[in-house]
Write a protein that binds this ligand. Structure first.
Ligand SMILES: *[C@@H]1O[C@H](CO)[C@@H](O)[C@H](O)[C@H]1NC(C)=O
Ligand SMILES: *[C@@H]1O[C@H](CO)[C@@H](O)[C@H](O)[C@H]1NC(C)=O
Ligand SMILES: *[C@@H]1O[C@H](CO)[C@@H](O)[C@H](O)[C@H]1NC(C)=O
Ligand SMILES: *[C@@H]1O[C@H](CO)[C@@H](O)[C@H](O)[C@H]1NC(C)=O
Ligand SMILES: *[C@@H]1O[C@H](CO)[C@@H](O)[C@H](O)[C@H]1NC(C)=O
Ligand SMILES: *[C@@H]1O[C@H](CO)[C@@H](O)[C@H](O)[C@H]1NC(C)=O
Ligand SMILES: *[C@@H]1O[C@H](CO)[C@@H](O)[C@H](O)[C@H]1NC(C)=O
Ligand SMILES: *[C@@H]1O[C@H](CO)[C@@H](O)[C@H](O)[C@H]1NC(C)=O
Ligand SMILES: *[C@@H]1O[C@H](CO)[C@@H](O)[C@H](O)[C@H]1NC(C)=O
Length: 414
């Protein structure tokens, strides 16, 4: 047994004891200087909480100048995935590819290795300690929702069983709460970030879109209490090259070029960031587009398929046409002019390699698993947008974690 496992079991044992003895009536503070999870102090209060020391060891630091988004995928089947479909009760059907019938599980076994440094190993307890008394919120579309689900699975698998956690669905939000840390990890549905007719959490369709380019207040009032915010918005814009939108009067619906509309929406969002984000207490991330793998000729000349039946990552360099460079340029441009520090989670390139990571025919269509007939027609029914879990979004979260840990060490706000 490694010392780490040993410590974990130790902690688990203590917590179990605390839970049994106290029935929620004691406050257990686990604290120690040298990562020694022992109980130092008991005080009576209405609830108990755990304190986990956060030490950022030298090998958990991201070396200065290292671009964690430049790297390669390494086969690491001994330690990956970091959780399993069976171990995480919060996964939705859309992402449980193996349960849905996928036979190869290679896609779960890749680790992202930046060229210039190592990522720290994800430690869910440390993350919860960093999030003590805080709310972390993912905002965006269904791709972002899988990042949220990945995150709660990563955390869930690290928490001792006695730690109370819950997942509540309060459309358009999902809230994962961990009582002992008074912390929550949340998801907020806003596929365009700004307001739109697609804001209903379940009753929406990409076929009929109308976006209010200058309005974000209905959403943003829900964001204002969050301490860490991770935004993302891409795929819903790309359904057609033009989009119906209003700017000002709601009676004046016009067709806009998507790039024009996207820039306008981003500026509305950026104005909110600059006028309402509290730099002392809030930290903002923006995730770049999640790539699609809709056309196999892009990585395998002469073929006419899509991500279906792909079992291995692309060995770089590769950039698919699904990842629109104009949109990337707009993101860069707008974020470059925001006065508040917004950290870019530039996950596009690393995910570009992962043609094998999508749900393919083992996902959903309109909320239902594919039928046998649909499965036999991957050309029309494979989902090459969403990702299987465990899978690629776990890596996005490992990077997010690494950056949060770095900030924590630098003693800025988390
Ligand atoms: C942890 O702390 C306790 C009490 O402070 C001490 O007895 C024990 O030796 C420590 N264990 C480790 C592994 O440092
Ligand atoms: C890991 O992959 C290697 C081949 O790359 C294989 O021989 C081994 O059995 C695999 N181990 C596990 C635990 O799947
Ligand atoms: C729990 O966290 C919230 C912020 O998310 C904070 O407002 C509240 O004071 C915390 N409660 C306690 C008991 O610390
Ligand atoms: C979904 O929304 C549309 C229009 O926004 C409405 O006509 C329809 O009744 C709604 N369906 C359900 C099931 O609520
Ligand atoms: C915009 O709305 C009009 C009227 O509903 C519709 O005919 C047109 O197809 C829509 N355009 C797009 C790009 O969705
Ligand atoms: C919209 O996009 C098309 C093709 O990308 C371009 O030709 C046209 O000039 C654009 N229109 C505006 C108003 O930007
Ligand atoms: C999937 O790929 C394997 C190996 O590349 C191939 O043997 C098989 O025929 C493919 N299946 C389908 C349905 O295309
Ligand atoms: C993200 O990284 C790509 C290279 O992989 C770069 O071209 C792009 O400008 C970056 N985007 C942002 C918003 O920083
Ligand atoms: C914003 O980030 C830059 C570089 O990461 C840093 O030098 C600067 O101090 C930050 N500013 C604020 C206000 O946090």
């Amino acid at each position: 047994m490694t010392t780490l496992q040993h410590r974990r079991i130790h902690l688990l044992f203590r917590l179990a004891v605390a839970a049994v003895l106290t029935l929620g009536a004691a406050r257990v503070i686990l604290d120690n200087l040298r990562n020694n999870y022992s109980i130092l102090e008991w005080t009576i209060s209405r609830r108990y909480s755990i304190r986990v020391p956060i030490e950022v060891s030298v090998d958990e630091e991201i070396e200065e100048g290292c671009d964690v988004f430049q790297g390669r995928w390494i086969w690491e089947n001994a330690t990956y995935p970091l959780y399993t479909e069976q171990s995480c009760p919060f996964l939705v059907k859309q992402t449980t590819c193996t349960r849905n019938g996928r036979l190869d599980s290679f896609y779960q076994n890749w680790r992202w290795q930046p060229h210039a440094c190592d990522l720290p190993r994800f430690d869910g307890l440390k993350l919860m300690e960093m999030l003590r008394d805080k709310r972390l919120m993912f905002v965006g579309d269904s791709v972002q929702r899988s990042m949220f689900e990945s995150m709660i699975c990563l955390v869930d698998s690290a928490l001792p069983r006695v730690v109370r956690r819950s997942l509540q669905r309060i459309p358009p939000r999902k809230v994962f709460r961990v009582e002992e840390f008074n912390a929550s990890i949340e998801y907020y549905w806003a596929p365009f970030l700004v307001e739109s007719i697609s804001d209903h959490a379940t009753n929406h369709t990409v076929m009929k879109r109308s976006v209010k380019l200058d309005s974000v207040a209905k959403h943003s009032k829900e964001w204002e209490g969050a301490h860490v915010l991770i935004f993302e918005s891409y795929i819903w814009w790309m359904y057609k090259p033009t989009i119906n939108a209003t700017y000002g009067s709601l009676d004046d619906v016009q067709e806009y070029n998507v790039t024009t509309a996207y820039r306008s929406a981003m500026e509305t969002w950026a104005n909110w960031v600059d006028s309402r984000v509290n730099r002392e207490t809030q930290k903002i991330f923006f995730a770049t587009m999640s790539p699609t793998h809709l056309w196999s000729w892009e990585w395998k000349h002469g073929t006419e398929g899509n991500c279906f039946n792909e079992t291995h990552p692309i060995e770089g360099p590769y950039w698919g046409t699904g990842s629109n460079l104009d949109i990337m340029g707009i993101v860069e441009d707008v974020l470059g002019r925001v006065k508040v520090n917004v950290t870019v989670l530039n996950i596009t390139q690393l995910s570009e390699y992962r043609k094998d990571g999508h749900a393919s025919i083992f996902g959903e269509r309109k909320g239902k698993l594919l039928t046998k007939e649909q499965r036999s027609d991957p050309k029309n029914f494979a989902d090459c947008i969403h990702w299987c879990l465990p899978g690629v979004p776990d890596t996005w979260n490992e990077i997010l974690y690494a950056l949060l840990l770095q900030d924590y060490r630098d003693q800025s706000i988390i």
